[in-house]
Design a protein around this ligand. Sequence first.
Ligand code: SF4
Length: 476
Amino acid sequence: MSAIFDERIRKVAAEPEVQRKVYAATGRLMEHRRHAVTETALPDYQELRAHAHELKKHTLEHLDHYLEQFAASVERNGGRVIFCDTGDEVEDFLIKLAGQRGARLLVKSKSMTSEEIDLNERLERHQLEAVETDLGEFIVQMTGERPYHIVAPAMHLSRYDVADLFTAKLGAPREEVIEEQTMIARRVLREKFLKADIGISGANFLVADSGAVVLVENEGNARLTTSAPRVHVAVAGIEKLIPRAQDLAVFLKLLGRSATGQALTSYSSILSGPRREGELDGPEEFYVVLLDGGRSRLLADADKRQSLFCIRCGACLNHCPVYRKIGGHSFPWVYSGPIGAIITPQFMGPFHEPGLPFASTLCGECAEVCPVKIDIPKILLELRAEVKEAETRAGANRLERLAFQVWAWAMTHPAVYEMGGLMAAAALAGQGGYVKELPGLINIGPVKAWASQRDVPAPAAQSFRDWWRQRRGGRA
Ligand code: SF4
């Protein structure tokens, strides 16, 4: 684990108030989801999960075909698709477009893909103002932080924190009622929507057969972002493709329920192309920027490819005992919780934060609640092995390897193993229940650190081998 990761975790551990907020918010989301997926509420929930898994698997196995089909569909609808390998290419496209259209102000609706490439910072470097319009994102943009949670970006802040923030940053009278705070944000954002030259959205799904960008939300800001400005640009990862419009029925049933417990979010927008003749609203220009950003590399790995099935519902975060304890800002990249723990090393390399795949209890809850059945614990184990192999190649872990070699040798030599057991029992004798203190000889370094975080059971009065021998009449 890197010092930065360690320090961030310690910081949260020392902030019980933040932990309380995160625990309460994730607890509510868990409860809502639980009610939404019961046998009565959604009888075919497990079938839908299996179907969603198969649909994603199929799409990613034939992604080249669906990307081509999507691009052709968008162009048929009067839009344009831009394929980008990196954040730099996305930046180049947007800066050129903004320059050609004389744009200065851009409104954005929530997009984790644009967070991945620090799009706001990139635009600001070119003197373009980019304003987040999702309420949670609007708040964290003002605090200068990354989203705390995929679905609830300002989960770590209370309404009192927001009251202080709005007064300090917007000059608004102090207002602690959430509905009133929403009205303050709405007044500020309406102005921005009316003046904006370009609207940038993400995409929850991209439908190959119809060239549609699908957005789900509860605030209506995505709808305004994509229809009020003259130009709409959707920035999304290539894995957001699904084959057909009818497949949406499967994913929309799962997404809202898994995220917030809603059967459907308040708004589901299906956007296909610019405004057509006779239509009252919609943008004059419509672009879809498809970002690879390392995804092709993940696609090449048949075992871990399923990491790209994610529909960003946030359920695995809410149910993860580690996320609930250390919060979203302890994680080293934009994606936090179990999905962050498997995606970050694959996008950024195993040494970006080597401790990340180990920041899990492997309880399996994430896989249980994932609506697209990603086997997160299995991928975590594979990533752990990769980190260890990479460290070994780099000459690290010599002591650990030696310790495990000795352990393996002892395990395959019963007499040595038994002798070791007898010695441990003698050294720890008298410490009933759990070991309170390890003998000084081994209570050092990593052993001491390991034992300080765990309850080590005291050895039983009679060893298993002894008991077994007795049972078999003295035979080994
Ligand atoms: S990994 Fe699964 S549970 Fe976690 S955010 Fe993605 S879809 Fe939701």
